[in-house]
Design a protein around this ligand. Structure first.
Ligand SMILES: [Fe+2]
Ligand SMILES: [Fe+2]
Length: 176
């Protein structure tokens, strides 16, 4: 059965990423890191799987082309580094949008969304952008590779992280 994955901040072909992110410091060059990421992706994602990438995909068209060769159907929630022509992204992604809502309750975005816009409407915000600088707040789940040991997040794990609140219906405790 096809699986759904969520990830963020691939930063493909970003030379400086191995310098400014300690998580990648074991790689001498971004080429080595990107090769490792290609292997990780191929070991994780099947051809029929869906991967939501929460922004900051690649620094140039070569990086985008790399991702285009990797397995899975990809959907982009755009980030601040995704500034090439829309056509370039549409060659790799089946959709490009500002945000996505899973199960009508979990908000997916590149930037973490202000708590006032999350609480009351959503059970949480899965996001990118922060890399290893994660927010210490159960309302937020970073999908960034650096925050997840270099792994993609299964959608099921995201659902478990943001449980539905308990409510009492006719005297019986249930999840809403
Ligand atoms: Fe980023
Ligand atoms: Fe970003």
């Amino acid at each position: 059965m096809p699986q759904t994955w969520i990830t963020a901040d691939l930063h493909l072909r970003h030379r400086k990423i191995v310098e400014f992110e300690p998580f990648w410091s074991r790689f001498a060059t971004v080429e080595e890191r990107d090769e490792w990421m290609a292997d990780m992706w191929a070991d994780t994602v099947s051809k029929r799987d869906v991967v939501y990438v929460l922004g900051d995909v690649a620094m140039n068209r070569d990086g985008l082309a790399d991702l285009g060769r990797w397995p899975g159907k990809k959907k982009l929630i755009a980030g601040n580094h995704d500034t090439m022509d829309m056509q370039a992204y549409l060659e790799v992604f089946t959709s490009v949008r500002a945000c996505h809502i899973f199960d009508n309750r979990i908000l997916a975005s590149h930037f973490p969304v202000h708590p006032a816009s999350v609480k009351g409407r959503f059970h949480g915000n899965v996001h990118g952008h922060v890399h290893s600088h994660t927010l210490d707040d159960p309302l937020y789940l970073p999908a960034c590779l650096e925050a997840n040991g270099g792994n993609l997040l299964p959608l099921e794990e995201v659902r478990r992280f943001f449980p539905r609140p308990l409510v009492i219906i006719d005297g019986v405790v249930a999840r809403c």
